[in-house]
Design a protein. Structure first.
Length: 304
């Protein structure tokens, strides 16, 4: 083999991978190699810096558990999750379809089912009561009956149930279904803004960057219905002081809401409410999943 210089090593690495049978893997890995090598050359990466990067990624992996997904959190704070989310929107969200947001690292599969009007605040009842209601339709405004709607959020202390003392107990998350006319009605407590976990490697990196690490108050929403593109989004409270500086870049103007009493059609006039009508895009043939995030337990290696 000939001696390899600063550029030759990239060409040789690409040549060795050129026969990768999977065309998409070949494309992605070739681009990754080119950009990684260009990055190292641009910053003149030193051996101790390379080793520090390896140690950081090792610590990120070691922080992952069935209840915590530190790598998704890392992707979130780097803006990569939002970028992937925006690109996915561009490939199939209809113009009238609701904008998406991040699923994040705190989603859980198989949330408890609730009847219309029941509250997901089963154990953590501190905070101001809040009603969410509206409709689920297709992009043309036709009601979607029996659509599944998952919602989840933090408690009054800014913690998800996964971060609580007993993470096996689900709280402040639940699943509802629309009625025959596509209507939904659910209750919760008003969320507060909160800090991302700062006790791990990602949090320490954010602190070193002098970032506040805060997310504006929001409620995560996932809507599913046959024949429609799965909608992963969130509703953000417009009065939160960090609404314009979300640490994970998840806010869009169309997703900002303001609770108010006495809204027309609200199930209860005496409780602050948010009306939001979700519009689902059609599912394209052969389309793959669009969740930018996952249930942490689903990301752990299977037991040997």
């Amino acid at each position: 083999m000939a001696d390899l210089d600063r550029l030759g090593i990239t060409a040789e690495a690409l040549a060795q991978m050129a026969k990768t049978p999977d065309p998409r893997m070949r494309e992605v890995m070739a681009a990754a190699i080119r950009h990684l090598h260009d990055f190292a050359r641009e910053v003149d990466l030193k051996p101790d810096e390379w080793l520090a990067g390896i140690a950081f990624l090792t610590a990120v992996g070691q922080a992952c558990t069935p209840y915590r997904q530190e790598f998704i959190l890392l992707s979130d704070v780097l803006g990569l999750s939002r970028l992937v989310n925006v690109m996915h929107d561009a490939t199939g969200r209809e113009a009238a379809g609701t904008e998406t947001s991040l699923l994040g690292p705190f989603f859980r599969e198989k949330a408890p089912e609730f009847a219309p009007g029941e509250s997901i605040a089963v154990h953590s009842t501190d905070g101001e009561e809040l009603v969410l209601f509206g409709t689920v339709t297709d992009a043309e405004g036709k009601p979607v009956p029996d659509a599944g709607i998952d919602i989840w959020q933090t408690d009054a202390h800014g913690l998800y149930d996964l971060q609580a003392n007993d993470p096996e107990v689900m709280d402040l998350r639940g699943r509802y279904r629309t009625d025959a006319e596509g209507r939904y009605h659910m209750r919760t407590v008003k969320p507060i803004g909160y800090s991302i976990p700062m006790d791990g490697p990602v949090g320490r990196m954010v602190q070193q960057q002098h970032r506040h690490g805060m997310r504006p108050a929001h409620i995560h929403v996932l809507v599913q219905a046959p024949g429609h593109r799965e909608l992963v989004t969130a509703l953000y409270l417009g009065d939160d002081k960090n609404i314009d500086s979300d640490t994970v870049f998840g806010v869009s103007d169309s997703l900002v809401v303001t609770p108010a009493k006495g809204l027309p059609g609200a199930p209860r006039a005496d409780v602050a409410a948010v009306r939001y009508d979700f519009r689902l895009s059609r599912l394209a043939a052969g389309e793959t999943g669009g969740r930018v995030g996952a249930d942490p337990s689903q990301m752990m290696p299977a037991a040997q």
